[in-house]
Design a binder for this molecule. Structure first.
Ligand code: GLU
Length: 354
């Protein structure tokens, strides 16, 4: 019977396909930008005194030949820089490069090696502007490549494993550090001297052991394909300027006024406690808001979130709350929101949704 013949043929073809699919490796591109993972020190005991951004991408890949068992890995040197020196120009150019790579049908995932200082910012930016389901994994290290027990090689191995793994598709831009898999939106550098440098107050999404990811959570927030921001719509090499003012006791209004004079479009207030603003500063912030500078209330406290209309009457003042975004993430999200318009209610909606 023709249908039986068809069934047997289908079975034979699928049995033949199994061994091929077992051996077909995904293609992963490592985009290197510098940082400690590419750092070199004077001796193997220099784990904190060294020069970042020294080792070229091919040497990074050659140092971990095992990654070629996980995927067909190639390297691109996008930048060779310490991440604190990344400006909008480098950030936008990196995002464009990652976007171009992911649009290629033969690229299955991308790993970005990055300095840890602003790794969370780059990861969050890619999370917001790259419209792809393919894995985007940002990785760094705390010890330079020349140090005893350098953490870079295993972090890179894990990042490639993650980028090559189909289960990482559609989960948003990921940060792979110290065996932990984090969501770009809420990961932050929590300690600046140990290898467990990255934390999220909502926990890791999963963990990666011996080249295999194990997932425990998923982000419910908009990212990548579901984002309303797209690197392809952003022109030029600068985002609308947003700056941060750090809250403390006994402040002067001068920093806010100076930033406004410099032409910023929004100020993120890294306020004390629940994003508080000292009573004597409120008139200055309201004056700036009236002039068209958006006021975003974030907090200098690393955990928790800022409640709208709690410490301050945000509705009355036309201010925005950053919710659980730390000041540096709030700065990027506000800058992207400002590419779409200047309405405080719209900016607030964006802060709730991402
Ligand atoms: N400050 C340098 C950077 O962020 C080195 C720190 C690091 O990568 O851990 O690129």
């Amino acid at each position: 019977m023709p249908s039986q013949i068809l069934k047997s043929l289908t079975l034979a073809v699928s049995l033949l396909a199994v061994p091929f699919s077992l051996y077909a490796k995904n293609n992963v591109v490592v985009v290197a930008t510098g940082g400690t993972i590419a750092g070199a020190g004077a001796s193997s005991t220099n784990s904190a005194t060294y020069t970042a951004a020294k080792v070229p991408v091919n040497a990074l890949l050659d140092a971990v030949p095992q990654i070629q068992n996980l995927a067909n890995v190639t390297g691109v040197q996008a930048l060779q820089i310490a991440s604190e020196s990344i400006t909008d120009k480098e950030l936008l150019s990196l995002a464009r490069q990652v976007n171009d790579l992911l649009k290629k049908p033969d690229v299955n995932g991308v790993v970005i090696t990055h300095g840890t200082d602003t790794l969370e910012e780059t990861a969050f930016f890619l999370n917001l502007v790259i419209h792809s389901d393919k894995p985007i994994v940002v990785v760094g290290s705390m010890r330079p490549s020349t140090a005893l027990s350098a953490d870079g090689p295993l972090n890179l191995y894990s990042a490639v494993a993650l980028a090559a793994d189909e289960s990482a598709r559609g989960k948003g831009t990921l940060v792979m550090m110290n065996d932990d898999i984090f969501a770009a939106r809420d990961v932050t550098k929590g300690i600046n001297i140990h290898t467990n440098a990255f934390v999220s107050q909502w926990g890791a999404l999963g963990t990666l052991v011996e080249g295999k990811p194990y997932w425990f959570r998923q982000s419910v927030k908009r990212h990548n394909k579901s984002s309303e921001f797209n690197i392809e719509d952003i022109k030029g090499d600068a985002l609308p300027s947003v700056q941060i003012v750090y809250g403390s006791g006994n402040m002067l209004p001068d920093a806010y006024l100076a930033y406004a004079k410099a032409g910023v479009k929004a100020i993120v207030n890294a306020g004390t406690g629940n994003g508080s603003v000292a009573g004597y500063l409120v008139p200055t912030l309201n004056q700036l808001q009236q002039q068209g500078v958006q006021i975003i209330r974030s907090s200098r406290v690393p955990q928790g979130f800022v409640l709208r209309n709690a410490e301050q009457p945000d509705d009355k003042y036309g201010w925005v709350v950053a919710h659980d975004f730390n000041p540096q993430k709030a700065k990027l999200l506000a800058a992207l929101a400002l590419t779409k318009g200047k309405d405080a209610k719209e900016i607030q909606r964006i802060f709730w949704e991402y």
